[in-house]
Design a protein around this ligand. Structure first.
Ligand SMILES: Cc1ncc(COP(=O)(O)O)c(C=O)c1O
Length: 469
């Protein structure tokens, strides 16, 4: 496929990216004079209202994890109270310091840190799961350089781990060594140990991983890391605010947190199942010595002494205030109740998927449920689900799709509607041949044209589009 052959696909993607091209004015330069505030707000309310039905009605996989109108109104009020706050200036906003320190402490205490002989886990607030992961990987790189003289670091990353680990490897000049999965879609701990070299700085586990919602054998990986004196990062971006409560509710949750002596860092997203607004996460470290590698410090800058704990300089203190407010508003009891509803709804959905003879569930997930098929084209099923309003996540290698169950799906009738629509969608495509492709579906691309190079070119052009007015 020549780059020019991608034009029709790019056009199709563009109309999805820019549905307002023909209905709303596009600014390519500043308006000569400012518009009325009420008019701007009215336009924004119009756009937001058009976009809301999908996620509000529970048609989305993941994306909005709480979404109840009252909760959103509460968080919006919290933002309004703290809208000027910037943790870069603690002398002006010591409240931001309080909120962030307490978000870290509360999160650490949920995940095996804290008192009574447990490690005194520390951490920082970040802007999201990806930033938490990037920071942790850079921390291990710099620790290994300083303490072990490693110049060409490697990280062991299960192939089911989030793309953020590959992003970290690309950004920071770390070599990513892929770790295969076992039959249950969990990282193969023995293969990970076999892949350790003198340049290995850390091993990664997910609890659970994004694609299949499966929890890796963290205990084995962490113990191997401890024996070999490596870092062990557990990505709990999805699970950090679910698994502690699932465990207390009696669900089968394997050990995954700082109670395992080999676990040295954890990423955990307040902006997912912590039910905070988008833009906050936490990265936790077992020791303060390790966290120090994350800090940026400059003692000689003409602008003065400069220190910042994360990638950004100025940051929205209001987002940390929202994370704090969400956590304190829920409390342990609130998270337990939410988790029970979430896991019961997920069980209904999983059972519904398993009842479709052509589909099978990958691994043994709790609330992120991936399904594949040897008989029907699972991407065609996804297309049919999209036509019915659903927004699922397409997976590849093997072709599969998943639904990340959230509180949106706990609304009455949503799980049942999902199951009914899935049955009908499989009916719709039963006559089509099964999918043997290896790339996730992109409109109009056939198996023959879906080479990695063309897909990468398409993604680059999609990126160019994103910030074009
Ligand atoms: C397991 C896991 N890790 C990391 C991330 C990245 O988080 P974010 O999109 O907040 O950067 C995600 C996002 O879905 C995830 O599911």
């Amino acid at each position: 496929m020549k780059p020019s052959d991608l034009d029709p696909l790019v056009d199709a993607l563009e109309s999805e990216l820019r549905p307002y091209r023909d209905t709303h004015h596009t600014y390519t330069k500043l308006p000569a004079s400012g518009r009325e505030r009420w008019e701007i707000l009215a336009e924004m309310r119009d756009l937001a209202q058009r976009e809301e039905p999908k996620w509000r009605g529970g048609f989305a996989s993941g994306a909005v994890y709480h979404g109840d109108a009252e909760h959103i109104a509460f968080l919006n009020e919290v933002y309004a109270v703290n809208s000027q706050s910037n943790p870069l200036h603690p002398e002006l906003w010591p409240s931001a310091v309080k909120y962030e320190a307490e978000v870290v402490a509360m999160t650490a205490s949920m995940l095996g840190g804290g008192e009574d002989g447990l490690p005194s886990v520390c951490g920082t607030v970040t802007s999201g799961g990806t930033e938490s992961i990037l920071l942790a990987m850079r921390t291990y790189r710099d620790q290994a350089r300083e303490e072990r003289g490693i110049r060409e670091p490697e990280i062991l990353v299960p192939v089911s781990a989030h793309a953020a680990f590959d992003k970290a490897a690309q950004y920071f000049g770390i070599e990513l060594v892929p770790v295969p999965l076992d039959d249950e879609w969990r990282a193969d701990a023995r293969a990970a140990e076999d892949a350790v070299t003198s340049r290995t700085v850390a091993v990664v586990a997910s609890a659970p991983g994004f694609p299949h919602g499966v929890i890796d054998p963290v205990e084995d990986l962490a113990e191997m890391a401890r024996r070999r004196r490596l870092g062990c990062h557990v990505d709990c971006c999805l699970g950090g605010f679910v698994l502690p409560w699932a465990e207390r509710l009696g669900y089968p949750v394997p050990a995954f947190d700082f109670r395992l002596p080999g676990v040295t860092s954890i990423s955990v997203d307040t902006h997912k199942f912590g039910y905070a607004a988008k833009g906050s996460s936490v990265v936790l470290y077992r020791t303060n010595e390790l966290r120090r590698y994350q800090y940026y410090r400059n003692a000689t800058w003409m602008g003065g002494l400069y220190y910042s704990p994360t990638f950004a300089g100025s940051r929205a203190g209001a987002l940390s205030a929202e994370a704090w407010a969400a956590m304190v508003a829920f409390g342990e009891e609130g998270y337990m109740i939410a988790t029970q509803a979430l896991l019961e709804t997920a069980a209904t959905i999983r059972k519904g998927i398993e009842a479709v003879p052509e589909l099978y569930v990958l691994g043994d997930p709790l609330w992120v449920i991936a399904f594949a098929s040897d008989e029907v084209d699972v991407y065609a099923v996804m297309d049919r689900m999209s036509a019915r309003g659903w927004s699922l996540n397409g997976l590849q290698d093997p072709p599969a799709a998943h639904i990340c169950v959230t509180l949106r799906h706990c609304q009455p009738g949503v799980a049942e509607r999902f199951v009914a629509d899935l049955h009908t969608s499989v009916e719709d495509v039963r006559h089509l041949p099964g999918s043997k492709g290896v790339m996730a579906p992109i409109y109009g691309m056939t198996g023959a044209t879906k080479t990695r190079g063309t897909v990468e070119e398409l993604l680059a052009r999609y990126g160019d589009l994103q910030f074009k007015a």
